[in-house]
Design a protein around this ligand. Structure first.
Ligand SMILES: Nc1ncnc2c1ncn2[C@@H]1O[C@H](COP(=O)(O)OP(=O)(O)OP(=O)(O)O)[C@@H](O)[C@H]1O
Length: 321
């Protein structure tokens, strides 16, 4: 019976990969590996499918060490074991090396409120920087159908049209430094948990110690309630997100590059540089919130059009970090 579940689960992922042309033969792919259930199952299943169906991919594990004692140090130990168990080379990049700050140090300075903003913005760049070091063609992440449905709902609730328009895409960032893909876009979290459990995969299941993230938590509970009444609610929400039409009069951010570090940005400075400037000047609230940016001379930019979505903070666990 379990064998049938494994076969169906793996075949569904294989079909999603084929139908959406997620990978090309010869590509180098980094799997964003946090040590949690989703990315552990992704690493395991991708290496199985790569062998079984001759995808011809060079797979790597890429981990970001945010510097959270008692959480990420433990989960990284899991990823190091996965490296040996699955025979996939592992690269770890850390906030301390990239930005000069660990999340422990940031939380000491700013407290528990808004710390997910720093973590989300820094992680997004850190994954790109790690991917560049590995010279990979794409990054695959373990975001599942439940994560994506939550994000659709959150983007609607926040009125974040720019993110709403791209959060359901199975491949994003084709025009950015390194594209990302989500092979589990249509896979329910409970299937992943069952797969990891029955296969006895080695994963880390503790929640981040700094991340209560109440807003996402409510969205998650709401979707779970809906699912009880209508089992396909998650897929319906994803479909609704996909089918949204953005009005042609909606002003979308224009992508350029950060004047300071060269990373993609729709403002003069990317969000990470704004946040870092705040931290280094002892003004950590500088980049928090919607329309708070800095000019290249380091002064606050208050003149931005309030209708223009900023590169606002990403909450932990949200789709684009
Ligand atoms: N520190 C990290 N290093 C590398 N990749 C990460 C890291 N954190 C998150 N990711 C990637 O982003 C995906 C979604 O992250 P999220 O924080 O939502 O974790 P999650 O839903 O608990 O997933 P997982 O079970 O894999 O931790 C992960 O599956 C993984 O691919």
């Amino acid at each position: 019976m379990q064998g049938v579940f494994y076969a169906v689960f793996e075949e569904e992922i294989h079909q999603v990969i084929l139908e959406n042309q997620l990978f090309k033969p010869g590509e180098r792919i980094a799997i964003g590996a946090s040590g949690g259930k989703d990315s552990t199952v992704l690493a395991y299943v991708l290496s199985e499918l790569n062998r079984r169906h001759n995808y011809g991919l060079d797979l790597f594990l890429l981990s970001v060490d945010e510097g959270i004692t008692g959480y990420r140090d433990d989960s990284l130990e899991t990823v190091k074991r996965n490296e040996l168990q699955y025979g996939l080379p592992l690269k770890i990049v850390s906030y301390k090396d990239l930005y000069g700050w660990t999340m422990d140090e940031i939380v000491k300075m700013i407290g528990l409120k808004n710390n997910c903003t720093f973590c989300g913005v820094f992680r997004r760049q850190a994954l790109d920087r790690g991917a560049a070091l590995l010279k990979v063609d794409k990054v695959a992440t373990g975001h599942n159908a439940d994560d994506i449905a939550e994000t659709v709902l959150l983007n609607i609730l926040r009125g974040d049209i720019a993110r709403l328009s791209r959060c359901t895409s199975i491949i994003t960032g084709k025009d950015g430094p390194i594209p990302r893909c989500k092979p589990f876009k249509y896979t329910y979290e409970k299937e992943i948990v069952m797969y990891a459990y029955f296969k006895k995969l080695d994963y880390f299941s503790t929640e981040c110690i700094y991340s209560p993230n109440a807003y996402r938590g409510f969205a998650r509970e709401f979707i779970k309630d809906l699912e009880r009444i209508r089992p396909r609610a998650i897929l319906d929400i994803i479909k609704s997100g996909e089918d949204f039409r953005i009005s042609t009069t909606t002003k979308m951010p224009e992508q350029g590059t950060c004047e300071r570090c060269g990373y993609i940005s729709s403002q003069k400075w990317c969000k990470a540089c704004v946040l870092l400037e705040g931290l280094n000047r002892g003004l950590p609230k500088l980049g928090i919130g919607r329309n708070q940016g800095l000019n290249s001379d380091g002064k606050k930019d208050r003149k931005r059009d309030s209708r223009t979505p900023s590169i606002e903070s990403k909450q932990c666990g949200s789709l684009e970090f």
